[in-house]
Design a protein around this ligand. Structure first.
Ligand code: GLN
Ligand code: ZN
Length: 770
């Protein structure tokens, strides 16, 4: 069978985060532009060769990016916001890459102070892209030639034609935002209407690639997997018809991923392109429908290898899909591929030298996924020993006692509605709690973490290396905690926190103490720019076998008479920020986590902690891309939170915290969480995000953030009073709290101290008026 082996994209940071390090050094001025480019060149060379060695036929290029591929696209299309025009001229010897980094990170040099472009999450991943900005008079013209240079060098390295990857025109527009030329003028256009201006530049780009020898071009259009309006569907039609008319002799591979094509199936399959890619990991069900409507000349790229998770492929399942498609279309019209770009996978499992070998044998990272694409091809062509190895590995996982815990499963089965419901309704709890805590109006608190200074981080590094003892480490953490308690008392905060000095990360810390998790040493995945995350791996049934946080909360509470808030990460956030099991529904893993957190909540209550915060910043980002799947998700996600929170007595106050979130369409569900207090991020939006709560008549207590912790700026008392006044107009005063937007771990102490001092003063001013 002759099928093409197709890869949509490869991790760009490097197996040792080389790109991260080089970029950061370049920004710090310690390496030259040439050195940065050399590192990038080497990384590209390595990954191209890896893919070639793995036998991939369609090897991507231009999937590399110094910061973000959507920003690359903006630069290529000349969609450069006007505020950056001074940069190219202002700094002598400035190069394109400096303009590029300025757009990504802002520019504060040479008397210029230009803010960065906005950044947001790439669909439902933890990768962040730079949001394109469009004005009503937006023009596009070919600007950056980076993609062509990468094509040429890749061709040289490979000795054959790579496949350039572009973000497709419709997705590119939809990812962006309309901006007004004049801040006060309303925005009176829809960015999708720019399609006619945009497509000619794509035509030029594609034809240029063709002149360099390209045979295939990959156009990423993940919006094909989302709900589309009529106008957006027409834009797809228009764009690809134009491209097909004006770009002869080049094959377009149109990709969808992260969801099924759903009601866009007919649209996508009938666009005049050579091949369409579908994600069969997220949605295997779509294959029948897609096969039914595939026109006679279209090639189908089958995304059967999971680009988003770290588990070894189930070859039997993948082959079933491949063979089904081959039976209908014939092998020459089939490509075998990963579900999406491997950007979302860590680089190389071989670098994990300390993982339990049994568990390691169930996993595959990007490099191994290339081999899987290749293996599937070989097996389809009769190389059966590869199949039997795979079946053995998967069997060992299915039955492993490392994974399956009977007691956990039994407990899960026994969960009842009662477990997910507090004893009394909020109005009754509120009375009991008001009496118990006797807090002033506008009570002040913080979100949990205090500055993780270099000292604190070094302590942890030393402990890991073994150069200090656990006892010494604990002593040092205790002293940092005590210091922060005294200081909070001094400035008169009402509900204290212990500061989270003992935590490396709000998910890792919990995962490390729960059964069912493993940690990689090098499993980094790009999150944004040079920032990478190393998600924990949930491989088995989750069980809490010991206290997670009690020691620190108890210690802290013993050193103050004020309430000390216990601090936990919620089940959905742990789920969202980990690689999760694919052998059971996400909901089941969420409930297991919920039970573990529930037990910790009860242990804290038992230890005398009267206020417990369960952070759930990731609830919103877990929302499925397709609207028709959201209710189901919200049902189990909210239930998981409620299970974690509902074991306590009425007098115990449950807080939750959600960071920055659009609450409008989920406010009803947020209310269903029934936390006694919710704190959210509102200061940047001037309390606008509070509107959803106001419109909904949100019944419980709420702390709208008054201090933007993402910036080193110290807000004045006056500023915070104004924000609180704004909130107090629409939220009953008895329900209002005063707090920063989020945790303070990324800030330094001098800023934090001054800002919180001001915050307490602001609350006190409000009290005199109440
Ligand atoms: N309690 C955590 C902290 O303060 C919350 C962090 C978050 O919301 N992302 O750091
Ligand atoms: Zn937060």
């Amino acid at each position: 069978m002759r099928m093409l082996k197709n890869n949509l994209g490869y991790p760009r940071v490097g197996d040792n985060r080389q790109l991260k390090k080089a970029c950061e050094q370049y920004w710090a001025g310690t390496i030259s532009r040439d050195e940065l480019h050399q590192t990038a060149w080497k990384l590209r060379e390595t990954s191209l060769k890896l893919q070639q060695e793995a036998g991939i036929d369609l090897i991507p290029c231009n999937d590399f990016s110094f910061y973000d591929h959507v920003l690359d696209m903006s630069l290529m299309l000349g969609a450069i916001p006007k505020r950056y025009s001074s940069i190219l001229t202002a700094v002598k010897g400035n190069a394109e890459i400096d303009l590029y980094f300025a757009m990504a990170r802002g520019y504060q040099k040479d008397g210029l102070d230009i803010p960065a472009m906005e950044m947001t999450k790439w669909f439902d991943t933890n990768y962040h892209f730079i949001v394109p900005e469009f004005t009503v008079d937006q023009e596009f013209k070919l600007f950056s030639e980076k993609a062509f240079a990468e094509f040429t060098s890749a061709k040289q390295i490979l000795g054959s034609n790579p496949k350039p990857v572009l973000t497709g025109p419709v997705t590119y527009l939809l990812l962006g935002k309309e901006k007004s030329n004049d801040e006060n003028a309303p925005i009176a256009f829809n960015r999708i209407d720019l399609i006619k201006k945009l497509v000619p530049v794509y035509v030029e780009i594609i034809n240029t690639f063709k002149s360099y020898g390209a045979e295939w071009i990959q156009m990423d259009e993940p919006y094909l997997s989302l709900d589309l309006s009529e106008v957006e569907k027409q834009a797809f039609q228009y764009a690809y018809e134009e491209i097909s008319k004006k770009c002869n002799g080049i094959k377009i591979l149109l990709t969808s991923y992260f969801e099924s094509l759903g009601d866009n199936t007919a649209l996508a399959l009938h666009l005049p392109v050579a091949a369409v890619h579908i994600d069969l990991v997220r949605s295997a069900e779509q294959l029948n429908e897609v096969l039914k409507y595939t026109p006679p000349t279209l090639t189908l790229s089958l995304g059967v290898v999971d680009g988003r998770n770290i588990w070894k492929n189930d070859y039997v399942k993948a082959l079933y899909h491949i063979q089904k498609a081959v039976a209908v279309l014939g092998s020459e019209r089939i490509m075998i591929a990963a579900s999406c770009s491997l950007l979302h996978s860590p680089c190389d499992l071989d670098l994990e030298t300390t993982l339990n070998p049994v568990i390691k044998n169930w996993m595959a990272f990007a490099r191994q996924k290339l081999d899987e694409i290749s293996d599937l091809y070989e097996i389809a062509n009769g190389k059966n020993e590869l199949l039997s190895q795979n079946i053995l590995a998967l069997e060992s996982r299915k039955s492993s006692s490392l994974i399956h815990r009977k007691d956990v499963k039994e407990r899960l089965d026994a969960i009842s509605e009662k477990d997910a419901t507090r004893n009394s309704v909020f109005s009754e709890r509120q009375q009991i709690q008001k009496k118990r805590f006797n807090l002033p109006f506008f009570p002040t608190t913080t979100i949990g973490s205090f500055p993780q200074t270099a000292d604190i981080r070094q302590l942890r590094a030393k402990l890991k290396k073994g150069s200090i003892s656990l006892a010494d480490y604990d002593l040092a953490i205790e002293s940092a905690t005590l210091e922060s308690i005294h200081w909070q008392e001094e400035i008169d905060i009402d509900v204290l926190v212990h500061g989270e000095f003992e935590r490396n990360d709000m998910v890792e810390y919990f995962g490390e103490m729960l059964q069912g998790f493993v940690f990689t040493r090098n499993g980094w995945v790009q999150s944004y720019g040079s920032r990478c995350v190393k998600p924990p791996v949930i491989f088995g049934d989750i069980k809490r076998e010991k206290d997670l946080t009690v020691r620190w909360s108890k210690f802290a509470q013993e050193h103050t008479n004020k309430p000390m808030k216990g601090m936990l990460t919620g089940p959905i956030t742990i789920l969202q920020w980990s690689f999760v099991r694919n052998d059971q529904p996400r909901s089941e893993t969420a409930f297991q986590l919920a039970l573990a957190i529930r037990d910790e909540v009860l242990a804290l209550e038992n230890a005398g902690i009267s206020i417990i915060q369960i952070d759930e910043p990731a609830i919103r980002e877990g929302l499925p891309l397709r609207k028709n799947q959201r209710a189901t998700y919200l049902d189990w996600a909210i239930k998981a939170f409620r299970i974690s929170a509902s074991g306590v007595k009425d007098e115990t106050q449950i807080h939750t915290h959600m960071c920055y979130s659009e609450f409008n369409d989920i406010i009803e569900n947020i209310a269903e969480m029934d936390a006694d207090v919710i704190t959210i991020e509102t200061s940047r939006s001037q309390m606008e995000l509070l509107d959803a709560f106001i419109d909904f008549n949100y019944p419980n207590e709420i702390g709208p953030g008054v201090y933007d912790i993402h910036s080193p700026r110290i807000p004045s008392v006056q500023e915070m009073v104004q924000l609180l006044e704004k909130a107090a107009i629409s939220i009953p005063i008895r329900n209002l709290w005063v707090n920063p937007d989020c945790g303070l771990k990324t800030r330094n102490w001098p800023e934090t101290k001054q800002a919180l001092l001001n915050m307490v003063q602001a609350a006190k001013q409000m009290r005199t008026k109440a």
